[in-house]
Design a protein around this ligand. Structure first.
Ligand code: GTP
Length: 335
């Protein structure tokens, strides 16, 4: 629900009910003013998230196979004509690997924001504008149903076309273009490969860490794809990012505390302009008190789960992942 709907008029000005500091909405018809307020809400949210996560036990997840993958992948990347970097459209910043730029150098690159079905149109526009301004080629995709994959294969072939021009000039026979698919765990790499091939060649599952080995697959006679296990930094230095990875189910469940993560998700949802307090209250028939996520999760536990906070937390996380609060990104581009 739109936050502006919670506004009450006070001496000719609009005040938002339930905000931390009441924001001022002068006139709902003034859309640019409204948009800039919404943007400010997102900026505030990033700062808040930093404070909320500061005192938590650090979230770290680095399963054994990742170190081996990283080493092999760095070697294989040298053979690639083009690299397809897949990120989770809900958290494009938190699923960007800090070392990716240095590994790829000036290699040709396509950025895929997968899980496009899990964000709103406004989120999509915001990210499309941001990457267009940066001159980054971005494809929005859905690995589950295949949207965006035709465009992706066209773009990969077009970007790597120069390879065979050079080979011909040297008197060599043309060869298939090599494209490597890289990204964080569970962002949908294997699903995209399977959709591209229209066959289930790579195991895909709803939990991080399923792909364990690098795997070459052939797509027609023009394209070879390398599917790879998810990679993630050994230490996630940004704990706000780590918590968002947990919310989106992009890291192993054992690495975080459900109740902590769900409590922060509740606080975030109350502040995300398109969700707000009422979405939570309507769904669970429980009042949100003073934006406190922990109290909310505990009340839900008493209401539905015999006081078991863990189960209540899992319910909130699952509901978010299933889009029960609407399809929304947890990140907006930096300004
Ligand atoms: N809703 C939605 N689900 C998706 C999308 N792409 C993939 N999935 C689901 O997300 C889960 C993870 O997908 P995978 O393809 O296994 O992800 P991966 O990046 O290969 O995962 P790792 O093996 O951990 O590296 C699966 O249950 C997919 O069905 C998408 O665009 N939208």
């Amino acid at each position: 629900m739109h936050r502006a709907k919670m506004a009450v008029q006070l001496s000719g000005q609009w005040l938002i009910v339930g905000g931390k500091t009441p924001s001022l909405y002068v006139n709902e018809n003034s859309s640019s003013l409204y948009e800039s307020r919404v943007e400010n809400d997102w900026v505030d949210l990033d700062t808040d998230l930093y404070h909320w996560t500061k005192s938590l036990r650090p979230v770290q997840w680095y399963p054994g196979h990742i170190a081996k993958t990283e080493k092999e992948l760095k070697e294989q990347l040298k053979l690639m004509d083009v690299v397809i970097e897949v990120r989770d459209a809900r958290i494009p910043m938190s699923t960007s690997h800090p070392q990716m730029d240095s590994w790829l150098g000036n290699r040709k690159r396509i950025l895929v924001l997968n899980r496009e079905d899990m964000i709103s149109t406004a989120d999509r526009h915001a990210w499309a504008d941001y990457f267009a301004r940066q001159g980054t080629k971005v494809v929005f995709a859905n690995g589950q149903f295949g949207m965006g994959t035709m465009k992706l294969s066209r773009l990969a072939k077009a970007l790597a076309a120069g390879v065979n021009v050079k080979r011909r000039a040297k008197g060599l026979l043309p060869r298939a273009v090599r494209a490597g698919i890289v990204g964080y765990p569970n962002v949908g790499k294997s699903s995209l490969v399977n959709r591209l091939l229209k066959r289930r060649m790579c195991p895909a599952a709803p939990r991080p860490g399923v792909t364990r080995e690098l795997k070459w697959v052939r797509f027609g006679k023009d394209l070879e794809l390398l599917d790879s296990p998810g990679i993630i930094p050994m230490r996630i230095s940004d704990q706000s990012a780590a918590i968002k990875l947990a919310m989106c189910d992009d890291i192993g469940e054992r690495s975080y505390d459900f109740a902590d993560v769900a409590a922060i998700l509740v606080r975030m949802l109350t502040k995300i302009p398109s969700v707000g307090i009422e979405a939570l209250q309507n769904r669970y028939k429980i009042d949100v008190e003073g934006h406190c996520g922990k109290i909310f999760v505990h009340k839900l536990a008493l209401h539905l789960f015999n006081g078991d906070d863990n189960q209540a937390a899992f319910r909130v996380l699952t509901d978010f992942r299933k889009g029960k609060f609407g399809w929304i990104a947890l990140e907006r581009p930096p300004r």
